[in-house]
Design a binder for this molecule. Structure first.
Ligand SMILES: [Zn+2]
Length: 465
């Protein structure tokens, strides 16, 4: 390794070093100097592991080009060969990291956050760079423990190869009519190219990449952000509608009647298709997912595996178990089957269309076939960073003493005769997250009361459900 430079430390605002990524408000907690230090810190860790080359891409936010330049500079002055992939969605950067001769990848993106946010998602040796890795990067930067070297910078677009790779796995038969909403996010150009190569009729909304997000917030987990898509599905009598978050690693879907299919409902459709060709396959879903999904996976001959929420944690578990499919309530869908195992919403869309276009039933009919349950959405309520994990620990300890039927892989997920309820601490925000699901409204009421009682026992003002 080249000489180590010390004494030129850079201290990050501590709020930006998060569990799964680095993210902050540009001009307030995050700027070009941080981007350069991230490049230098990442370079050190990469080179320690024998790595040398890094792919870099950026989303359509107004601040992204400046952060990209600074990051590239930091990497290069630490002896890294940087491959600039350019503007595109996060999964396009993952594609570059998995298919080019590189040892890591960094995506500059604020994902689905407001326009003034931006951040960095990182991959090293095809694995998520998160948790302790990010903390270590922060320490290296603070100490100025950088390595020096003369790197190189090349430009290498993977855009065409990426879109061709997406299209390669389209296996539909009948043409479909589809409305799409890119939310002015980084998927816009790829979506235009992708739909030009797909059969059927495609109505595109907000496909112009625009970092001010003029139409609506690019977050398909919020129903209000799907209103425009629902209207387009109705107006054009589409088979379905598909939306992406700002950087294209999360998908939102509405059926031909305009009803939203949440990530766990969509997963039933996808799991069925994967299990057909891979009987017994392990299919992973996060702790927020409906029991219906886990039961359906088992009924269809798959092996359901409940895992912790968080895209980095899910990807890591997938790699460990060899699971061909995983998904989160939030709309991160990961295909190992015929693909690379990272969360790519455009790829998930191609697979959804293939399934529907091969079959004879509609998405609405598939949705209606799911067992009837009543559940809450994800309920989030504020709890201080210092208290949130303690509250969950207290709840778990009380439940354990009472002999509750529960899983504690991520918070507590408790089964009762009525159904199940979940309480967990968010890894990324100062909130507690709850969800409950029962066979009927009365049962759901009883589950909510259990959550409220547990919170009250830990001195939390129970939220109004
Ligand atoms: Zn995202």
């Amino acid at each position: 390794m080249a000489e180590t430079l010390t004494g030129q430390g850079h201290t990050f605002n501590p709020t930006i070093l998060r569990e799964y990524d680095i993210r902050g408000v540009v001009g307030k907690t995050l700027g070009a100097a941080d981007a350069r230090a991230i490049g230098r810190g990442f370079a050190r860790i990469l080179r320690e592991g024998g790595g040398r080359r890094v792919a870099v891409a950026y989303d359509g936010r107004l601040s992204s080009p400046e952060l990209e330049s600074a990051l590239v500079c930091g990497l290069a002055e630490s002896g890294v060969e940087v491959v600039r992939v350019g503007l595109g969605p996060t999964p396009m950067l993952y594609f570059a990291a998995f298919t080019l001769d590189v040892d890591g990848g960094i995506m500059i993106t604020g994902s689905h956050n407001p326009a003034d946010y931006n951040g960095f998602k990182m991959v090293i040796q095809k694995k998520s760079f998160f948790g302790p890795d990010i903390q270590r990067l922060g320490k290296i930067a603070a100490a100025g423990d950088f390595v020096a070297g003369a790197g190189a910078v090349t430009v290498h677009s993977v855009f065409d190869v990426y879109v061709a790779r997406l299209l390669q796995d389209y296996d539909g038969a009948r043409p479909l009519k589809v409305a799409w909403d890119a939310g002015n996010g980084a998927t816009g150009d790829a979506l235009v190219s992708l739909t030009a190569g797909l059969p059927g009729e495609h109505i595109l909304l907000n496909q112009t990449i625009d970092g001010t997000f003029p139409a609506h917030h690019p977050d398909p987990t919020e129903p209000k952000n799907l209103v425009q898509l629902q209207a387009a599905v109705a107006a054009h009598r589409c088979d379905l509608g598909i939306a992406f978050d700002g950087d294209g690693d999360r998908i939102g879907v509405v059926d031909g009647q305009g009803r939203i299919l949440w990530g766990d409902q969509l997963m039933v459709l996808l799991a069925e298709d994967v299990i057909k060709t891979r009987p017994g396959a392990t299919i992973i879903a996060d702790v927020k997912a409906s029991q219906v999904l886990f039961d359906e996976i088992a009924r269809m001959g798959g092996t359901p595996l409940m895992w912790r929420t968080g895209h980095s944690l899910i990807k890591t578990k997938m790699a460990e178990t060899g699971a061909p499919l995983a998904g989160e309530m939030s709309g991160h869908i990961f295909f190992g089957d015929r693909y690379y195992g990272y969360d790519d919403a455009l790829y998930a869309a191609v697979r959804v269309l293939g399934i529907l276009a091969r079959g004879t039933t509609s998405l609405a009919a598939l949705r209606d076939r799911l067992p009837e349950v009543v559940n809450t959405p994800e309920l989030r309520f504020p709890c201080s960073d210092t208290r949130k994990f303690a509250v969950v620990d207290e709840v778990r300890d009380r439940l354990r003493k009472d002999g509750a039927d529960m899983s504690d892989i991520d918070g507590v997920r408790v089964r009762t005769r009525d159904g199940w309820w979940l309480l967990r601490a968010s890894n990324t925000q100062d909130v507690l997250v709850a969800r409950a699901e029962a066979g009927d409204q009365a049962g759901l009421g009883r589950l909510k009361a259990l959550i409220v009682a547990q919170l009250a026992a830990s001195g939390m003002t129970p939220p109004s459900f």
